[in-house]
Design a binder for this molecule. Structure first.
Ligand SMILES: Cc1ncc(C[n+]2csc(CCOP(=O)(O)OP(=O)(O)O)c2C)c(N)n1
Ligand SMILES: [Mg+2]
Length: 649
């Protein structure tokens, strides 16, 4: 990195001769975000797996920036992953825990390394979480097509496998000349730091361009602050929103992930304190209020509580705050069944704010709630005390259901999954963070978990991607740790999920991060097995068992030992058989300073020891014609349910 001043193609000023990769890394190390007076690095570290597509370009640049970068402030730390998809999950976990104020980059080789990013990119974009993807790409100069791992498209010479990343990226560019990096890098930062636009951002880097030198204008390497804006509502939209709230008799708030991204929890609490409007939450919004806040009525929708879902059925005004109104939230269009129901939606993206033909209130969640609170204050709006008594009472009834699911009457028995949650509930404080994404756990957690702090509940349910949990826990640990003291971070996985992606255990061991992994063994897919049963598919292909004589999988469980597997990757493993063992193991894991795993075989729950049944429907289309009776019966039920669907116009 030697400054020099040749005749610059940029007119005047000094330039620095660097490779494209060196320039990109130096640029990334000098970007900051700022919101509410807090300033932090926009890209705090770079994950990478090297191959011929990035080893000599970005790889060499990371050596310079990690070791000999000028001063510690502009170092670019490198994190070594094992699987490209998992590296994106880790970065996403980091970004979510950082409140989207800080993100990480992920560099990969060409070909399989790059296409392994696609699932992670989709997850990031769907959940509106920032991550910068830097896949290598085939030569821009095309000296010897096809090079190793090059996709040849006979009808289009400019297509590479990286084009798979376009639909899952919020910004995509291919840097085919060094100087094209300047506008592309600035656009990439704009999107990452834009609360309405953010998601996966991809800069595809042809391997020859990565290594090519160029005289960069010195200004490109100046520190740059990206203000994370909090747009205030439009006065016309605000007036309409206030009128709608003032005329509502049974309003219900649906709090989504936007409440958390905006750090609007306290503002939401102040709004409900003034209005006493109850707050239901989506998977991403759970934790917007603490579970014991009087206005919190728990999860909403297919995996919701009876309290929230009954309120949703009778609500005359549903006030969305930072939600995507997914099918799980709306019970596939069947939940909001009051004929007079209207929607008001406070969302930073106009795209979401207009869903369900809502009155849009396009604004940052915190700014919007502050404006609503102020506008309503002078007019003394508050819900009828009878409505408040109704939902407070319903909440108490649901609490009894939670108690029943968590209770462990026999300490020598094998625990059910909900009893595992009950034991954790006994153990954790507001410090602990629980991570999960798929299987039967998201439903159980959404219905039952008593969230004690704003960021305790980390369930990725935009993409519900099996295998998110372990790498995400690493990202969360990197974001949540302060000095020697890290918060207890639990990755909760089913056996199917564990098998999907255990590889980043090695990364946690390498970094000595005190990951607490809980493996719940039930020999297959309890979730999809149950769903399969309900839709007439007879649990086909959902159990991990030996083949039977008929060719199905109803034989004995497979002799796999996931505890031994986790131990082989470097975890300390505590095996628990009974409720009592498990209580001790969880407590020991919580105190552990290194990465630890608790392994438990769970009992199939009965109606008492299991989770409450679904309180609302979810649309999974059933075979319209079939010869087997299970599917015929399931279709009859399906037709009955689908008849209740409404289009909100
Ligand atoms: C990557 C990925 N593939 C497939 C699915 C569909 N799916 C959802 S849950 C599930 C089974 C999860 O099994 P396990 O982790 O053992 O949890 P359990 O259902 O037993 O609670 C599957 C296959 C998914 N969500 N993610
Ligand atoms: Mg399972």
């Amino acid at each position: 990195m030697s400054p020099k001043s040749p005749a610059s193609p940029h007119g005047h000023g000094s330039t620095r001769r660097l490779t494209t990769a060196q320039a990109l890394v130096a640029f990334l190390a000098r970007q900051y975000t700022e919101r509410d007076g807090r300033r932090q690095r926009l890209i705090s570290a770079t994950w990478g797996i090297f191959g011929h597509g990035n080893v000599a370009g970005i790889g060499q640049a990371l050596v310079e920036a990690g070791r000999t970068g000028n001063g510690t402030a502009h170092r670019m730390p490198y994190l070594q992953g094992r699987n490209e998809q998992a590296m994106v999950h880790a970065a996403v976990g980091y970004a979510r825990q950082s409140g989207r104020l800080s993100a990480q980059a992920v560099t990969t080789s060409i070909g399989p390394g790059a296409t392994n990013l696609v699932t992670g990119a989709a997850l990031a974009t769907i959940n509106r979480l920032p991550v910068l993807l830097l896949p290598g790409d085939t030569f821009a100069t095309r000296p010897a097509d096809p090079v190793l791992q090059q996709l040849e498209v006979p009808y289009a010479g400019d297509v590479s496998v990286n084009d798979c990343l376009r639909p899952v990226s919020r910004y995509f560019d291919r840097i085919t000349r060094p100087e094209a990096l300047i506008p592309a890098a600035l656009q990439a930062m704009r999107v990452l730091a834009d609360p309405a636009e953010t998601g996966a951002v991809t800069l595809a880097l042809p391997q020859d361009v990565q290594a090519e030198a160029y005289d960069w204008p010195e200004e490109f390497f100046a520190e740059r602050d990206w203000h994370i804006r909090r747009p205030a509502p439009d006065t016309h939209e605000l007036d309409a929103a206030v009128r709608a709230i003032r005329s509502a008799r049974r309003p219900l708030i649906v709090a989504g992930g936007g409440v958390r991204h905006s750090a609007a929890e306290e503002t939401l609490a102040a709004f409900t304190a003034a209005t006493r409007i109850p707050v239901a939450s989506t998977q991403a919004g759970k934790g917007a209020l603490r579970h014991d806040h009087p206005a919190d009525v728990g999860g909403i929708g297919h995996t919701g509580t009876a309290t929230a879902d009954d309120l949703a059925r009778t609500a005359d005004l549903v006030i969305g705050v930072g939600t995507r109104f997914s099918d799980f939230t709306t019970a596939s269009g069947t939940l909001f069944s009051n004929p007079a129901v209207r929607f008001l939606h406070l969302n930073i993206t106009a795209f979401d704010a207009h869903k369900l033909a809502a009155l849009p209130l396009v604004a940052d969640a915190r700014a919007g709630l502050e404006a609503l609170t102020a506008a309503l204050a002078g007019r003394g709006y508050r819900v009828d005390p009878a409505y408040e008594t109704e939902y407070t009472g319903a909440k108490e009834v649901w609490e009894e259901r939670v108690e029943a699911s968590f209770a462990t009457p026999d300490p020598t028995a094998r625990p059910t999954q909900t009893q595992v949650l009950g034991l954790l509930d006994d153990l954790v404080t507001e410090e602990d963070i629980l991570i999960n994404a798929a299987g039967s756990l998201p439903g159980d957690l959404h219905k039952l978990w008593r969230t004690r702090s704003r960021d305790q509940y980390h369930v990725e349910y935009g993409y519900s991607c099996m295998g998110y949990e372990i790498p995400a826990a690493i990202g969360v640990l990197l974001a949540a740790g302060t000095g020697q003291r890290t918060r207890p971070v639990w990755a909760m996985v089913g056996d199917g999920t564990y098998l999907m992606n255990p590889t980043e255990i090695v990364t946690a061991v390498q970094e000595n991060l005190p990951l607490k992994l809980v493996i719940l063994q039930n020999h297959g897919y309890a979730s999809i097995g149950g769903l399969s049963d309900a839709v007439g598919a007879e649990r086909f292909g959902t159990a991990y068992r030996h083949r039977d004589a008929d060719g199905g999988f109803t034989g004995p469980p497979l002799p796999v030992d996931l505890a031994a597997n986790a131990a082989s990757l470097g975890l300390r493993v505590l095996r628990a058989t009974t409720v009592d063992d498990l209580r001790k193991a969880l407590s020991e894991a919580r105190d552990a300073e290194g990465p630890t795993c608790v392994y438990v075989e769970t009992e199939t729950p009965d109606t008492v020891s299991g989770p409450p049944p679904a309180q609302a429907w979810w649309d999974v289309p059933v075979a319209e014609t079939a010869s087997r009776p299970a599917a015929v019966r399931a279709r009859e039920e399906y037709d009955r349910q689908v008849a209740a669907r409404r289009r909100h116009l």
